[in-house]
Ligand binder design. Structure first.
Ligand SMILES: Nc1ncnc2c1ncn2[C@@H]1O[C@H](COP(=O)(O)OP(=O)(O)O)[C@@H](O)[C@H]1O
Ligand SMILES: [Mg+2]
Length: 235
């Protein structure tokens, strides 16, 4: 399988803290890849580096065969890197439809041309057309995924999308992620291991900026190295 995302010896320090230490990662086109590990493992840092929101201290990043290491976040977004942050990011005073259309406009030829696709995304996600401020936390998460999809990403980076969701919202989110087309490659950071194991083709475990393991959900579940990494971690 061709690597849609390739990361080689990627490192990032914050002062004397090594947040990521020479991480290698290959994610195939269409793959669902989950990134797990205790708090402070470097998961968000890795997404920041892939999205271009932070610069690495060492290593390289390729998206669809192109070296993007030196490109800024806007260039990477145009190359198809879409992102959902750990914190909600919709514009509260805009309608759900406008949030989606505006988010997709830059990559899809303007607001008006994005509107039909935005309407489809709105109904596919079961969202009402109200202002984003009126949505529940779970609906806002759904909105953000719809916003990211409006930009037709090739690579979707999701940082803890299930955080703070109710049981109903959680199962809605699971269905949305399960039904994403395979034209979208997914890198998912998530603490909810039931979601990870249900969705992921492969899982990578980080701890304290170090690569612990990469494998199928079954391999990761059975790995004593992974269990030790979690058990010894200060959470
Ligand atoms: N902007 C920052 N400044 C200083 N330290 C940071 C910054 N961002 C992250 N860190 C540190 O880097 C490590 C990895 O953080 P992060 O990538 O957020 O971990 P995770 O998402 O796995 O919980 C942590 O020790 C965190 O405190
Ligand atoms: Mg994080």
């Amino acid at each position: 399988m061709r690597a849609l995302l390739a990361v080689d010896a990627l490192s990032r320090r914050y002062g004397s803290l090594v947040a990521l230490d020479r991480i290698d990662l290959r994610i195939g086109e269409g793959e669902r890849h989950a990134l797990i590990g205790p708090n402070g493992a470097g998961k968000t840092t890795l997404l920041d580096l892939v999205a271009g929101a932070a610069r690495p201290d060492g290593g390289r990043i390729w998206v669809a065969g192109r070296d993007v290491t030196r490109l800024g976040p806007a260039r990477r977004a145009r190359l198809g890197v879409g992102r959902i942050h750990q914190r909600p990011a919709a514009w509260p005073s805009l309608s759900t439809l406008d949030n989606i259309a505006v988010a997709g406009a830059r990559r899809c030829g303007g607001y008006r041309r994005t509107l039909p696709a935005a309407r489809q995304l709105l109904s596919a996600h079961g969202l009402p057309d109200v202002t984003a401020a009126q949505l529940s936390h779970g609906q806002r998460r759904q909105l953000e995924i719809a916003m990211a999809l409006a930009g037709r990403p090739r690579l979707l980076l999701l940082d803890e999308p299930a955080a703070g969701l109710s049981a109903v919202e959680f199962s809605q989110l699971s269905a949305v992620l399960r039904d994403l087309p395979r034209t979208v490659t997914v890198l998912l950071v998530e603490h909810r291991l039931d979601l990870v194991y249900a969705l992921a083709d492969r899982v990578t475990v980080l701890r304290d900026g170090q690569h612990v393991a990469t494998g199928t959900p079954d391999e990761i579940r059975a790995s004593s190295t992974v269990r030790t990494a979690y058990a010894e971690a200060v959470i």
